[in-house]
Design a binder for this molecule. Structure first.
Ligand code: PMP
Length: 445
């Protein structure tokens, strides 16, 4: 484990005050704070080796290129991809999802072909497919979920037809914290010869992801949610897929040769990286990934698991508290939860986890029972916005609203929730502050 006090010193923003109250930052699912090493590295690069990458013969351009390509190797290691050619830099999860939706639909889908998504997707894994539906007449099919936020895997299996072309689902719900059984999802899709894209925006920051173990065809995440800078993200794609898909945007860097008559393209990953990449941010991301790797993803997962368990326990003490998703404390009591996550959360039908839960679960063989560092709730009749606004006045930053998952809100039958999301630097004392804050607001109403 790491020393939390020492870690907090790496994030100076955490010691600032808001409305004269110590900041409690629980909006980490939206974006995380940055350690000094990331900020220093980016400043250092601008100060000392700033030059455009890939195209210069001069020393600084070569240095900048080296940092950028080293960053690709750091990401490869972080995801355990086979090769750096499988790592495409994007602006973030949203761009990765759009890139695949657009190029995959162009290359592999025709009118009437189907994509499977789930009820708990972020808008960025719904709308890009809807744009393709509008352009190409493709059809969205949706994996239903139970009232407590677990994907119905039997229904998932029954969604496949001869027109299913791709599955695109989140690894972890940004609202419920449900960790989906992505290995099972991939295995079932592959049995039908269908590739799978995983939205890893909420998994990559919290536990070890191994794309080879999951065997997904595409995996996307955002740098800013993993303590890195904004404006940089990653698309992992199996080499064969990246070779097969057409370019997303045209411009510099992505071409091999251009003439007015005929243009040939670079091989992946450059084929998908038109224009000047955010090479300062890729370097910042690499420093952030090194930072979390040094702390240990297993240690981070264990720490956050402990926070989630504690938060659920404490929040349940509040009268009229409604927590969304399957968040039973007894399920979180197992200290080995994070070890199972380590396995890419793909433990199979006869795994320890399914046994643990088979007694109270109708889909026990596939169920995803783990919870990530996200808790969504409402309290009595207090509007989520009122609760969020009043907590803010106490220095507590939580997110309120639909969390870019309106279809999920519809399924839950609510307009919105309050969401507290945790990171490697949060503490139990901060959770106590949140609980006391909610109690104070509740008494005002
Ligand atoms: N998917 C999920 C599950 C998310 O939580 C988010 C961010 N809230 C996104 C996609 C979009 O990420 P970004 O805005 O960084 O592109």
């Amino acid at each position: 484990m790491y020393d939390i006090n020492q870690v907090r010193e790496d994030f100076p923003i955490l010691s600032r005050k808001v409305y004269d109250k110590p900041l409690v930052y629980f909006d980490n699912a939206a974006t995380t704070q940055k350690p000094l090493c990331v900020l220093d590295a980016m400043r250092e690069e601008y100060l000392n080796v700033n030059a455009n990458v890939h195209r210069g013969v001069h020393w600084m351009s070569q240095q900048a290129t080296e940092l950028h390509e080293q960053a690709r190797e750091t990401v490869r290691r972080f995801l355990n991809a086979k090769s750096t050619t499988e790592i495409v830099f994007t602006r973030g999860t949203t761009e990765g999802l759009n890139l695949v939706a657009s190029t995959f639909a162009d290359e592999c889908m025709q009118e009437g072909d189907e994509v499977i998504v789930s009820t708990m997707e972020h808008h960025s894994n719904i709308v890009p497919w809807q744009l393709q539906a509008r352009n190409k007449g493709i059809v969205l099919k949706v994996i239903p979920m139970s009232d407590d936020g677990i994907l119905d895997m039997e229904a998932y299996k029954s969604l496949f037809t001869e027109k299913t072309r791709i599955v695109s689902v989140c690894h972890v719900s940004n609202v419920l914290g449900t960790v989906n059984p992505v290995k099972d999802i991939v295995r079932i899709a592959h049995e039908h010869g269908v590739p799978v894209m995983i939205d890893g925006a909420q998994s990559a920051p919290h536990f070890k992801v191994d794309v080879q173990d999951i065997d997904c065809d595409f995996f996307v995440f955002s740098g800013h949610k993993v303590y890195g800078p904004t404006g940089i993200g990653v698309l992992y794609g199996k080499e064969a897929w990246l070779e097969k898909l057409p370019p997303y945007q045209g411009g510099g860097e992505m071409i091999e040769h251009v003439s007015f008559e005929h243009t040939t393209f670079e091989r992946p990953p450059l084929k998908f990286e038109a224009g000047t990449p955010d090479y300062i941010a890729s370097h910042g991301l690499a420093v952030a990934l090194d930072y979390v790797s040094k702390l240990g993803m297993d240690n981070i997962a264990a720490h956050e698991q402990e926070l989630a368990r504690y938060a659920i326990q404490r929040l349940q003490e509040i009268p009229e508290m409604k927590i969304y998703g399957k968040l039973r404390v007894e399920e979180l009591r197992d200290e080995n939860d994070y070890n199972r996550r380590k396995e890419g959360y793909g433990f199979d039908a006869v795994g320890k986890n399914s046994q643990l839960l088979s007694s109270n679960s109708q889909h026990s063989t596939f169920n995803s029972q783990l919870h990530d560092a996200v808790v969504s709730f409402n309290v009595g009749n207090i509007h989520h916005m009122d609760l969020g606004t009043l907590l803010d006045r106490l220095g507590i930053a939580v997110r309120t609203g639909h969390h870019c998952a309106q279809p999920l809100m519809d399924r839950l039958g609510v307009l919105g929730t309050v969401r507290a999301s945790f990171a490697l630097y949060n503490t139990k004392e901060e959770i106590d502050t949140l609980v006391a804050g909610i109690d104070r607001v509740r008494k005002m109403f």
